[in-house]
Design a protein around this ligand. Structure first.
Ligand code: SF4
Ligand code: SF4
Length: 385
């Protein structure tokens, strides 16, 4: 039995596109972000709506390839393609963009994007544990705060920041509670439904309302699970998906994993736990900017070197979700994730004795049959059919 609430989540992206348009017309400000390192709290504290501009669709890629090299990650090409074709309502609604210096492809693409929209380059340290990294990052966040205040004509107070911290923490907690329901065996929610729910959070006009809907969905999933109902039979191989961010439009690997007999129980990537796991410290006695800086610097992305947090998180999730195998999804030409895959493979095999597969692909459907063959063989190794 599929939770009734899923119908709402399925339509949310297009529904929210209409809401964002009317929000703009009624004077609300919209700020576009591209990465999990962008502190949403600052945007919300400035009275604006943060929206995710990460491209997850194939359609605008051809237009992007007229300017960008073909041999570039599809996420970057899709994001840029939406901008140059003016086909993304969220990009259109954004009056200001936060551009994070994560991977080389993205940061150079931002130089072109800056010719289309006002944009602030948010510089990230290259390693999270280096002495001085946090201090340096905090200064960057103060610069961003100034730019937002200047561009939006507002002053961001500590109280504004504290209220935004609470809003974002509530959303993270709701998503994590929902995600954790898939620790049950068999999982009560398909990976595809989980992804749909997680994905649309980036387009919520009203975060509080969105959080309420996630909690309602979690209640429905709990009720379904309490009746012993699951879309999967006992013994279905349980898969943890790690690697590059995935969304609706770029969900082909998630779909194939489940069509071929697996159950994607855990998303470790930025589309999943990586963005829900760490909360901003709500201690009223702390400088909220410092608390925000600390939380964001904990995100274990492959653009950091070294990136031990990812291996630590993976190990914990493998236990918590009773995982049978790990799938590492990497977008073509994403060098940081492709190379880090070797460390992940060794970690998963040597420390947990689990099967691991890296799938390198793009947003097109040209390799579906080849992927199907590899995925079916992997599921068979995990003991499924
Ligand atoms: S994978 Fe890294 S670069 Fe991509 S959104 Fe996540 S934190 Fe940002
Ligand atoms: S998937 Fe990799 S190459 Fe693409 S934007 Fe993210 S970090 Fe950069």
């Amino acid at each position: 039995m599929r939770p009734e609430m899923m119908k709402i989540f399925e339509n949310m992206r297009s529904d929210n596109a209409l809401s964002i348009q009317s929000a703009r017309e009624s004077g609300l400000r919209v700020v576009g972000i591209f990465c999990a390192y962008s502190p949403m709290e600052l945007v919300i504290a400035a009275g604006a709506i943060p929206v995710s501009l990460c491209g997850t669709r194939q359609e605008p890629i051809a237009a992007a390839e007229k300017v960008l090299p073909r041999n570039l990650c599809p996420l970057i090409k899709s994001s840029f393609g939406f901008a140059v074709t003016d086909t993304c309502p969220y990009f259109r609604a954004s009056e200001f963009i936060i551009a994070e210096t994560t991977c080389d492809g993205k940061k150079k693409m931002f130089e072109l994007l800056g010719q289309i929209k006002p944009l602030h380059v948010l510089h990230l340290p290259q390693g999270t544990n280096r002495p001085g990294a946090l201090r340096w990052w905090l200064e960057e966040l103060y610069l961003l705060k100034e730019r937002l205040e200047e561009h939006l004509g507002v002053a961001i107070s500590s109280d504004d920041l504290r209220s935004a911290i609470r809003i974002c923490n509530r959303e993270r907690t709701a998503l994590k509670n929902l995600h954790e329901l898939n620790r049950l065996n068999p999982a009560p929610l398909t990976g595809l439904d989980m992804l749909t729910t997680i994905f649309v959070k980036g387009f919520n006009v009203d975060k509080e309302e969105g959080t309420g809907l996630i909690n309602q969905l979690a209640d429905q999933v709990r009720n379904i699970a309490a009746q012993g109902i699951s879309p999967f039979s006992k013994g279905t191989p349980r898969i943890l998906l790690t690697g590059c961010p995935v969304g609706i439009g770029s969900e082909k690997v998630v779909r194939l994993l489940e069509e071929c007999g697996g159950s994607v129980v855990c998303f470790e990537s930025c589309s999943g736990i990586k963005t829900m796991e760490y909360l901003v410290d709500e201690d009223e006695n702390r400088d909220p900017m410092e608390a925000i800086a600390e939380r964001y610097l904990r995100i274990p992305c492959s653009c950091m070197s070294p990136n031990p947090g990812r291996l630590e998180l993976l190990g914990r999730l493998i236990h918590e979700y009773g995982v049978d195998g790990v799938v590492d999804l990497t977008w073509q030409a994403c060098h940081t994730y492709i190379i880090e895959g070797e460390l992940v493979r060794r970690h998963v095999k040597d420390n947990f004795g689990l099967p691991y597969i890296q799938l390198e692909t793009d947003y097109s459907t040209s390799d579906i049959e080849q992927l199907k063959t590899r995925i079916s063989a992997f599921i068979e190794i995990l003991g499924g059919s």
